[in-house]
Ligand binder design. Structure first.
Ligand code: ADP
Ligand code: MG
Length: 599
């Protein structure tokens, strides 16, 4: 197997060592961006801009050729890769390490928020590939602990995100310290004007590789997620089934019990379904699979294990009734639909408690996911009526000679409309009975959180302390987004955001404070809490600082504006006065680059 598939990586001009690493890593075929970029980078000398959606393997697209072209015996920093966050720096460094195979090339992530000492030591020894966040790289440059004047490659990874985070000036400062004759690579999921401008300034004879989304298999499976309550899952499932043009599907469940329950409930509601799980005998299992293959049933409720290795083609839908445990399981599950030229649809149910896990999985899998809009009863009934009409029309076209006598007989004594209605009722029974659809309790989808906060009455607020600040490249917007992404609270619930040099504050409704703290409880340095309740005296009042203020007017100290839209719209209220004071004070006390004193 690997012979043939490896071939496609082989055709790109990679060395045997790299092909070995790829085999070990389990990469069988290059992604499109890799297929385009690798030869370009291996052979040519041009700068390259690579654009492809998230999750398409951009890292390996630049990392493999960079690894190939570095001089292992030269201990200087030969490649600098800038990433927007430290998580990404670590991830990219890990990916490169796993791709380098047995080559002795040193790769290290260099990012803010950790001690300098360790980084000094490693930099001194020589790091051939430095993967870093712009802020910390800038720091090292100014300290003279990093030399980037002998680069073979400078790479801006996730360039759009870096610009979004306000790193443009840092990036420009960093690039201006690099040698002219390096190759500049820029990778990004999107290509806003600001990036093209940056490219014009810093890149020369640039080749642009743009991979359009939705190629091959991806376009065939539409992926949806659906935020709902556990108790509404069956109702939503039946609405999906009833509104679908055609439905031939596997419903993935977590346990055997759940499989049986879903199978039973669907059968009770008149669907042709069966449960497939590990407790069945081989004989039972084969019978059920045969029924499915013969389209005697159209729904299988199955566990991951039971569904393994079954070859049922042309599934129209895959429903993740329970959230898969990770991205790999997800990909495996949805890979059963949208095959061989047939369109498919994958819908993943997500309960409020699973929101965070889902967001994580979503980040790790290929392709876009859209929110599934649960159809209303009237909409489904309308669709059903249309389908019934279409079925009758198509029956009209077939010869129904056997019924000639009865038809004549009936038409003699009854009017046609009443007859048609009676026949439809006979055939379709209660299909159009509206009461079969139960109410689904509204769930404020994207903003799901433990308690809904209504704005009608004044809310008690809790002030939270966030152990990150401007030095970690935090902005008000970034802080708000971090909490919104992680906890699903609303924008307007985050108030009075203050971002200081090394920490920040935010007011949140007291009803969700505990939830937010909990969500970030191990996200800080060394697994410590990132967010805690602020002490009462912290950041609540404007800090009176007349002496300092008179020396340095606040306007001058305003941090340079990053993407300010939110600050204009939001009632964050508090301005930069206190933080100006604090920044200023700190600079006075410790000087710009001296380390913070431990108290
Ligand atoms: P991007 O930067 O485009 O968002 P990444 O480089 O982070 O994507 O890759 C996403 C995931 O896909 C990673 O887990 C990576 O190891 C994996 N991956 C990359 N290329 C391949 C490949 N050719 N075959 C299989 N998996 C791959
Ligand atoms: Mg990437």
């Amino acid at each position: 197997m690997s012979e043939l598939l490896q071939g496609s990586f082989k055709n790109l001009g990679l060395s045997d060592a790299t092909l070995k690493a790829l085999e070990k890593k389990g990469f069988q075929e290059p992604t499109e961006i890799q297929r385009e970029c690798i030869p370009l980078l291996l052979a040519g000398e041009s700068d390259v801009i690579g654009q492809a959606q998230t999750g398409t393997g951009k890292t390996a697209a630049f990392a493999l050729p960079v690894l190939e072209r570095l001089d292992a015996d030269d201990n200087t920093t030969q490649a600098l890769i800038l990433t927007p966050t430290r998580e990404l720096a670590v991830q990219v460094a890990d990916e490169i390490n796993s791709l380098k195979w047995s080559r002795s090339i040193s790769v290290e992530p260099i990012y803010g928020g950790t001690s300098y000492e360790n980084q000094f030591r490693k930099l001194k020894k020589g790091i051939q590939i430095v993967v870093g966040t712009p802020g910390r790289i800038q720091d090292h440059l100014e300290r003279g602990t990093l030399d980037i004047s002998h680069l073979k490659f400078a790479v801006l990874d996730e360039a759009d995100e870096m610009l979004d985070m306000g790193f443009i000036e840092d990036i420009e400062a960093i690039l201006s310290r690099t040698n002219e004759d390096k190759r500049m690579l820029l990778f990004s999921a999107t290509m806003p004007d600001a990036i093209l401008k940056l490219a014009q300034t810093f890149m020369k004879n640039t080749e642009i590789v743009k991979i359009n989304r939705n190629k091959d298999d991806e376009v065939l499976t539409k992926q949806y997620y659906c935020f709902l309550r556990e108790s509404d899952k069956i109702e939503v499932l039946t609405r999906i089934i009833d509104s679908a043009e055609a439905f031939y599907a596997i419903i993935f469940c977590k346990t055997k019990l759940q499989c049986e329950e879903i199978g039973r409930k669907l059968m009770e509601r008149g669907y042709e379904a069966e449960a497939l799980h590990g407790d069945l005998s081989q004989k039972q299992r084969e019978l059920i699979l045969q029924k499915m293959k013969d389209h005697k049933i159209n729904i299988l409720a199955a566990t991951d294990v039971a569904a393994r290795g079954i070859d049922i083609n042309e599934l129209t839908h895959v429903i993740n009734f329970t959230l898969p445990s990770d991205g790999e399981v997800y990909t495996h599950r949805i890979g059963r639909t949208g095959r061989a030229g047939h369109k498919g649809c994958a819908i993943t149910f997500v309960t409020p408690a699973e929101r965070r896990k889902f967001l994580f999985i979503r980040r790790t899998v290929k392709g876009d996911m859209e929110e599934y809009r649960i159809p209303g009863a009237d909409e489904i009934l309308k669709a059903k009526k249309d389908r019934i009409a279409a079925q009758v029309i198509s029956a009209l076209e077939k010869d129904s000679g056997d019924y000639d006598d009865i038809a004549g007989m009936l038409l003699e004594k009854n009017d046609a409309a009443s007859l048609v209605k009676a026949l439809l009722k006979l055939h379709y029974r209660n299909d159009l009975d509206r009461s079969q659809y139960h109410t689904i309790r509204a769930l404020d989808a994207k903003r799901e959180k433990p308690k809904t906060v209504r704005r009608t009455e004044p809310q008690p607020f809790t002030r939270l302390f966030f152990a990150k600040g401007r030095k970690d490249k935090f902005t008000k917007r970034y802080l708000a987004n971090t909490i919104i992404e992680e906890c699903g609270v609303r924008d307007e619930d985050l108030q009075d955001i203050q971002v200081m040099e090394s920490f920040s504050f935010v007011n949140v409704p007291s009803s969700v404070a505990g939830y937010i703290i909990d969500a970030f409880k191990d996200k800080g340095e060394d697994g410590k809490a990132l967010i805690v309740r602020a002490r009462p005296e912290e950041g609540r009042k404007k800090t009176p600082a007349p002496a300092v203020k008179s020396k340095r007017p606040a306007a001058k100290m305003k941090p340079r504006s990053r993407r300010g839209w939110q600050d204009e719209v939001q009632p964050y209220g508090r301005d930069t006065y206190d933080e100006d004071f604090i920044v200023h004070k700190k600079k006075k006390e410790h000087g710009k680059y001296s380390k913070k004193k431990k108290k």
